[in-house]
Design a protein. Sequence first.
Length: 102
Amino acid sequence: MFKRIKEFYNRYLAWINAYWLVTIAFLIVTLTVGDSSLYKRYTYDEKIRSLEKEIEHYQQEIEVNGKKLNDLHTDKEGLERFAREEYFMKRANEDVFIIEED
């Protein structure tokens, strides 16, 4: 068994210094095994980017909804329009027609 390893080393790896061989093996193990592997780092970075986009989206949505809420609190006509559009409310002497688009 040791003879085969020695033959393999003499045939293919003899030109590589033992220190370089150990360094290369260490780097391969470090970069491919465990939680700090390159693949896991890439997937974690992708997850972070997608979560940051989601946070930005919801912050914009919060801004828009805050403005709408402020408008509803201050504008009576806007409140009435909102109630008519969203909840199909009507006055006593009106008829409401709902038109659905395909």
